[in-house]
Structure formats: C-alpha cells, structure tokens
Design a protein around this ligand. Structure first.
Ligand code: ZN
Length: 247
C-alpha cells in the first residue's frame, strides 16, 4: 500500500499483521440528493473465492449472502432498488466489486452439482444508472500483465454504464485511491499499485492546493479509522484538521 516508502517508516502510522497486511476500510459514500440516492463506489462485493478472501482477509459477508454495504444501506432503511445513481471512481475490484452479485446456490438434495461460479452475475442496484469515466472503462477492458489482477470483468461487464469524460466541480472530495488513507497524506507516499506515481504526485499537489484554499471536506475510502477531514499544515507537510473518525 505504500509503494517505495520503507516499512519502518509506514509502520509508525499503520501496523501490519504477521502476513504483512494492514487493516483497510472499503468505505462507500452515500449522498441523499433531491434527485435520488447516489452511491459512490460499491466496495469489494462478495463474489470472489475462498483463496482471494484469505489473501486479502476480506470481511464483507452480509446478511442473506449479500454485503456489509447492503446491510449498512438497510440500516438506513434503503433497499438496493432505491439507489438511483452508482458512481464508480474507477473499476478496481475493491471499488466496483459490489456493482454486481452472484445468485446464491440453492442446494437441491438430489439435483446436479452447481458451482457458485456457474451462477449468473446480476447488477446489485437494478434501478440505478451506473456512471464511470469512459477512459477508465476502456482501460479496464484492455488490461496487461500489470493491471489484469485489479480489473475483474464480472464487476463491470454485466453493467450498462453511462460514461462521462472529465471532471465536475466539487467541494466535497472523495479521494478513492489518490490518498487511500490519512497515512498517505505526505505527497510522495503513494501506493505500489499505482501505475503512474509521478502523475499521482502532481495530482495530489494540485488537489491539495485547491482543497486547502477552498476548505474541501476530504473523504478517505480505505482508512479504517479516519472517515474524513480538512487539509491543514503539519510542520513542513500536510496534516488533517477537523478529522471525523469512524464509530
Ligand atoms: Zn482502492
């Protein structure tokens, strides 16, 4: 998660388990907009096999075989069919995995064996318009050896996307993987997954300039503790002020 930053440095901010894993959230943002509910990112979903769940230590089993995201929506008394818009920041499996779900296997006592992977994949939010950047959809559909493991077609191929091109003005900023946790606030602390760290560095610099000047509220998708905050100065670097914590 920290790319070229050495473990002795990042470990002071987040400690790792015996398998070198760190806790990460899969936090999605729900906007109660007058035009309908907007869901930004859909987390990891619940379609991957036991090996995948073990590697990443996934805890996303929801009631009735769905996901913690859908459980959280239910706590707000929203059903999946009440979501009007789904916006994917991008199509990595940890952001778009909940776009779709697989029908659970019904165990007929003497019927033929059905593997979970043989079940049809359906959209999780059937009445929503799913939105993604056109360039990202093309990128996801044309993977190479470095990117293929992040883009799993069953998360985006069953979806009829409305694609957009370019940015919209915003005052609340959902950081997604640009700054995945508050530990990644220092400009050069960039994930090893990042394909263009130097571009990311400049994107962070530009975003910080505006976020600081205009007092944006920044949301962290992967921080297990810090949900959001505003950018402030901490010594020579950047820190968070008005941090909003989980729980
Ligand atoms: Zn991510």
């Amino acid at each position: 998660m920290f790319g070229v930053v050495p473990k002795p440095l990042w470990e002071r901010r987040i400690s790792a388990d015996a398998r070198n894993r760190i806790p990460l959230a899969l936090r999605c943002l729900l906007v109660e907009h007058p035009d309908g509910l907007v869901l930004i990112d859909t987390g990891l979903g619940n379609k991957e096999d036991a090996k995948f769940r073990d590697i990443y230590g996934v805890q996303n089993e929801g009631k009735g075989g769905r996901t913690l995201l859908e459980d959280a929506l239910a706590e707000l008394r929203y059903g999946p069919d009440e979501i009007r818009w789904v916006i994917n920041t991008h199509l990595h499996f940890d952001h778009a995995g909940g776009n779709t779900y697989r029908e659970p296997v019904e165990r007929a006592p003497d019927g033929p064996t059905v593997r979970p992977s043989d079940r049809p994949t359906l959209v999780s939010f059937p009445r929503a318009t799913y939105v993604v950047q056109q360039g990202e959809l093309e990128f996801a559909r044309h993977t190479n050896e470095r990117t293929a493991a992040s883009y799993l077609p069953h998360n985006f191929e069953p979806v009829a996307f409305r694609t957009i091109d370019g940015a919209a003005g915003e005052h609340v900023c959902f950081l997604a993987d640009l700054v995945p946790t508050s530990a990644h606030l220092p400009l050069p602390w960039i994930m090893g997954y990042d394909l263009q760290p130097l571009v990311t560095l400049e994107s962070k610099r530009q975003l910080y300039r505006r976020a600081e000047a205009e007092g944006w509220l920044l949301f962290f998708e992967h921080d297990p503790v810090v949900v959001a905050g505003r950018l402030g100065r901490e010594g020579k670097g950047f820190g968070l002020v008005e941090a909003l914590r989980a729980g």
